[in-house]
Design a protein around this ligand. Sequence first.
Ligand code: PMP
Length: 431
Amino acid sequence: MNKKHTDDIRFDQLHIWHPYTSMTQPLPAYKVVSAEGVRIELESGEKLIDGMASWWSVVHGYNHEVINHAMHQQIDQVSHVMFGGLTHQPAIDLCRRLIDMTPAGLDKVFLADSGSVAVEVAIKMAIQYWHSKGNAKKNKLMTVQGGYHGDTFAAMSVCDPVNGMHQLFQGFMAQAIFAPKPTLGFDQLWDATQTDALEQVFAENHQHIAAFIIEPIVQGAGGMHFYHPKYLKQCRLLCDKYNVLLIADEIATGFGRTGKLFACEHAHITPDILCLGKALTGGYLTLAATLCTKDVADTISNGEAGVFMHGPTFMGNPLACSAANASLSLLADNHWQTQIAAIEDSLQDLKSIANHENIADVRVLGAIGVVETKRAVDTAKIQAQFVKLGVWIRPFGKLVYIMPPYIISHADLQLLIDAIKQVLQRDDIWR
Ligand code: PMP
């Protein structure tokens, strides 16, 4: 590696925060020069097969000619314009699509900047809804343990209180009400007592609860747990029974990842408010959306404020909307169901290491494969071994997991799976 490369990496380590990193003991980051399809090219010339889809977002692969073309066209027309008092075709087309594709009944769309902001918007909608109804004491949030909803303050308040990475801010955050996490897995035999404790928390607190927020079916960053669809169904029924709004956070699960277009479909439910993000633009730009029902929107609009109190500078950014429109067209054209079914089928091979002494569990749902280890892995060490094998997989804690781009070939997916199987059977990767 040349001197410029070494200087750049040193500068990066000394001056640039990366997600959840230290400035005194920074780990070197790998420098990317380009990416194409499922391969990320490093400055060193190595090409890594991406198992993470850049955190669930790059579903059609990198440098896709269809999305590139749409964005180039949009740049030549208008890249950004304020959304207050102005509108544009990319936003109109996108919101039409989102209303058409999401569960029936969600027909008002708020375009937000990122997943965390979409969650903030959903929470503000719920608080404003009850305020408008003259029931301002319904101003708390309820959720289940084991969840993850983002890094901003309201979103942090509904992350798992222990594993949600935000305990430190406890005294500063709004206090949410937590029910035990769902324990029954996606395919396990349903046991109706599974939601007894949940119902008890609803029964005891509902007068104060504005909304119940949950990640449908897959609890992502809080543990990569796939829970039973009947649990989610019961969440909807309990929200109805106790007069609480249901917020579904599909930021990770949306757009096909779990084998349904939206994970709510596993339980045939419609939430009152739905958060989308990540894969929305095919991973090209940050953009998110919060959809809600007519009832939620009308109630907010007929309330004391008369408007919904949120409106960021880059709301509805035309360039991001154009990427999203191209990505959603590709989703349909590429027959995402076939892509996900093929990935799900191949991922079953991960189960061949399920009985290894260091493995606690292996689970697969849609295009998500998770190997849960008994002890936490050393991320830097395991990362280096994966890179040597030509794959990009970034584990955290006891979770080694992949959710590759939907376009991945059988052969490339097998390389990812083989790398996981090989590395996890070594002795030197444990903390
Ligand atoms: N909700 C869920 C379910 C997520 O997985 C994430 C991101 N990991 C977020 C919200 C926050 O999204 P963002 O990082 O875009 O703010």
